[in-house]
Each structure stands twice: as C-alpha cells, then as structure tokens.
Design a protein around this ligand. Structure first.
Ligand SMILES: CC(C)(COP(=O)(O)OP(=O)(O)OC[C@H]1O[C@@H](n2cnc3c(N)ncnc32)[C@H](O)[C@@H]1OP(=O)(O)O)[C@@H](O)C(=O)NCCC(=O)NCCS
Length: 252
C-alpha cells in the first residue's frame, strides 16, 4: 500500500471536489477536543439513539468526545454521499461494526473508525473492506506491555517482540496491537476472531499480516500499513488488496 503523505503534521486539507476511486483509501484524522459551540452544532447532526448513547456516559468529556466522533463520521460520510450529515443512516452489525443502512445501505462505501484520547481516525474506501486502529501510547513499563502481549498476542508475536532491542519494544508492542486491531476491524467480526489465532509482524515500519489459523490465502488478501497520527499515538490500517492511501485532516 502506498501512503501519502507519510508525516502526520503535513496532512492535506481535502479539496472541495472530493472523489474516492476504488483504488484509494482515504484516511481522515480529527481532533475530539473542539469548542463548546462546535459540539453543539455536531449534536444537532446525530441521531436520538446516538444522543442517548452519549448520555449513558457519566463523564462529560466522554459524552462530548462520543458526540464529536459521531458528528465527524456523519459529516465525512455525508460528503461522499452528497447528503446532509443528519441524513446519514447508521446501524451496526451483530458484531458491532458500524454500517450504512437505508437508501445508502447498498452504497459501495466502506468505513472504519477508531478513537483514542484526543484523536479519531476514519478510513473510507469503495468496494473493499477496511479497518483502522489508533492507540494513545500511555506511559508504561516494558514488563507491563510484555505481560499484556503474553495475554493477548500469539506466541509467535510474543517471541518476535522479545527479539526486538529493548529500546524498540514499546514501539513494537503498539505496532503489533494496532495492526491486529485494524485487521479485526476490517474483518468486522470483533473478538469472535481469537487474537492468538492470527499473526502480524511486530517490526516497526514493516506492517504485514503473516498468518491466520483459518486460511492459507488470508495473508495475501490483506495489506497492512502503519500510519503516523502524531506524537504519542500509534495507528495502523488494514485494507483488502492493494491500494493507495491518502491522508486528510478534518477541519475542526
Ligand atoms: C471494539 C473493538 C472493535 C475495538 O475497540 P477499541 O480499540 O477499544 O476502540 P476503537 O475506538 O479503536 O474502536 C471502536 C470503534 O470500532 C468500531 N467497531 C466496533 N465493533 C466493530 C467490529 N466488530 N468491526 C469493526 N469495527 C467495529 C466502532 O466504530 C467503534 O466506535 P463507536 O463505538 O464510536 O461506534 C474491539 O476490537 C475490541 O474490543 N478490542 C479490544 C480487544 C483487545 O483487548 N485487544 C488487545 C490487543 S490486540
């Protein structure tokens, strides 16, 4: 997968006539910390169900970030569908993957969402499945990260992490985590696909799906790549087949 631009800070502002060809994936980065007036305007675009879901969070910051995350998702899907954000009909599969329904349910648009701390990432594609994952790198000791790896990753991934120099282990851990999550999201099956039954590379900068327990052809079907969402974050993208990834910054 080719990625433009590589550097988070130099992300492009989208052109007015945004078009998405089947050979492209668009990745959008948005800040979840926006002004109170912006939150109010996004609140007007979300559904009653989404407002109710936000209300169930006890923490105001979480409520606001959920509304911003959903509001931006609606805003960007609306751009591709050429409709208003409040006309975007969203539902989710039995496994929790959000999908377009209603008039646009049959549309060829596919998307994936991830949020962590103050940022959200969105991947949008046409006719090909896509998954994205973003993690805020919380300060932690290497032993803690390795304990998490041993609990969730495959034994091959844990061995590969141990082979990395100590100085690169935290980066390898987050690379592995986000690649696994991005692939899970592209598959859309959530944790019903056991995390220890597929293997991704752990070396920073060399993203790949290496093996799955369920199909010898699976690794060749998917492209994985690392993204650079900005300082303190790690992110990865999984896409069916080969394509070009273009990154945009969502205007606040
Ligand atoms: C829910 C899950 C999809 C990701 O959750 P997460 O990484 O905590 O949070 P993210 O923000 O990155 O992703 C949440 C978004 O994924 C999407 N999502 C939920 N279920 C999904 C599924 N089955 N397929 C694709 N996308 C899904 C939704 O858009 C959701 O956002 P929303 O709740 O605002 O609609 C799931 O994979 C999970 O619980 N992962 C944690 C598993 C774990 O312990 N991993 C350890 C290391 S790999």
């Amino acid at each position: 997968m080719t990625i433009e631009p590589r550097v988070g800070a130099s992300r492009l502002s989208p052109p007015a006539d945004l078009s998405l060809s089947p050979g492209e994936v668009h990745v959008w980065r948005a800040s979840l910390d926006v002004s109170a007036s912006r939150i109010q305007s996004l609140l007007r675009t979300v559904s009653a169900d989404e407002r109710a879901r936000a209300e169930r969070s006890r923490v105001q910051e979480d409520r606001d970030r959920f509304i911003v995350g959903r509001g931006v998702l609606r805003g960007l899907l609306a751009r591709y569908l050429d409709i208003q954000p409040d006309q975007v009909c969203l539902s989710s599969t039995l496994y929790g993957k959000p999908i377009l329904t209603g008039t646009h349910g049959g549309a060829r648009l596919r998307f994936s969402v991830s949020h962590s701390h103050r940022l959200a990432l969105y991947a949008v594609s046409r006719d090909r499945e896509v998954g994205i994952d973003l993690e805020y790198r919380r300060p932690g000791r290497d032993e803690t990260l390795m304990a998490i790896a041993e609990q969730f990753f495959s034994s091959r991934e844990v061995k590969a992490l141990r082979r990395l120099p100590v100085s690169g282990r935290a980066e390898g851990f987050y690379a592995c985590w986000t690649r696994k999550e991005a692939y899970l999201k592209a598959k859309g099956r959530g944790l019903s696909l056991p995390l220890d039954q597929f293997v991704v590379s752990v070396t920073p900068g060399c993203a790949a799906l290496l093996h799955t327990a369920w199909s010898p052809d699976e690794a060749a079907r998917w492209s994985l790549s690392d993204l650079d969402p900005g300082p303190g974050y790690a992110a990865a993208l999984a896409v069916e087949g080969e394509c070009q990834c273009v990154q945009w910054q969502w205007p606040d």
